[in-house]
Design a protein around this ligand. Structure first.
Ligand code: SAM
Length: 249
């Protein structure tokens, strides 16, 4: 009672649901979901007869109060999103925060998350990374953000949609140069799963070669800034080096 479960669901392949997720969804009094129609199908697939309650980005703040009242009255609630882990670019932040303010227990039921799934097969350093979610929709804001991140030494993870994938990669090319290593992970766990690890210039060529390649859901992972290899060498230093080389016998 009085527990909010944050339950991860699959990001494509339904086989990725966990035993604990099914058990939790079967046992709670109420399931708060982003899209009740979409989640209804998931529940149906696993023969879960849960009561659904809509909670999306636009109404989360106002629905939080009602959900907190239900939790306080002793109901247990599970929060799920359309795919993957709730709160990772999905609703739930206001609700979880409010639980702490109201002494309500929050229990994680972990599972799939596109960012972590992509990172695990990226072939880029994973000891330190940062997550940036979706890049801004407008090119100017996108370039500003990419420029701010230019000297970020950690691996950087972005989410991207089918509409902007090419524009975002073009902006990355302009800011980071053609040789920057980027990993594109699309349709993870689904039939058309594709993971490409290559310099930006080749990645863009690959994407342009076939319209179908731009369709689907994407994670983009950018190699961190490497001080030793990427630092632009001071032109004065190069001049000095050349002179020294000429003078040394
Ligand atoms: N909560 C989700 C998670 O845990 O990853 C993310 C939800 S966010 C609204 C949706 C975005 O996640 C997509 O636009 C895409 O960038 C990424 N994504 C979700 N599923 C994916 C998949 N199967 N393959 C690649 N990217 C995926």
């Amino acid at each position: 009672p009085s527990t909010l479960y944050i339950v991860a669901t699959p990001i494509g392949n339904l086989g990725d649901i966990t035993l604990r997720a099914i058990e939790t969804l079967k046992n709670v009094d109420l399931i708060a979901a982003e899209d009740t129609r979409h989640s209804g199908l998931l529940l149906q697939h696993f023969a879960i007869e849960g009561r659904l309650y809509p909670l999306h980005d636009h109404n989360e703040q106002q629905k939080t109060e009602a959900l907190i009242e239900k939790l306080k009255s002793g109901l247990s609630i599970a929060l799920i999103s359309d795919a993957g882990t709730p709160l990772i670019n999905d609703p739930g932040y206001h609700l979880v925060k409010a639980c702490y303010q109201n002494q309500i227990t929050v229990v994680p039921v972990p599972g799939a998350c596109a960012a972590i799934t992509a990172l695990s097969v990226s072939g880029l350093p994973t000891d330190r990374f940062c997550y940036e979610g979706f890049l801004p929709a407008k090119s100017k804001a996108r370039i500003d953000l990419l420029t701010q991140l230019k000297q970020e030494p950690r691996t950087v993870v972005f989410y991207e949609s089918t509409h902007r994938i090419l524009d975002s990669l073009q902006d990355m090319l302009n800011v980071y140069g053609p040789e920057k290593i980027v990993v594109l992970a699309k349709e993870l766990t689904k039939s058309w799963e594709t993971i490409i690890h290559s310099p930006l210039k080749d990645l863009i060529e690959w994407l342009k070669a076939d319209d179908n390649r731009r369709k689907g859901e994407f994670v983009l992972i950018v190699e961190g800034y490497d001080k030793v290899n990427e630092q632009e060498i001071d032109p004065d230093a190069i001049k000095l080096l050349n002179r020294l080389q000429q003078e040394i016998p």
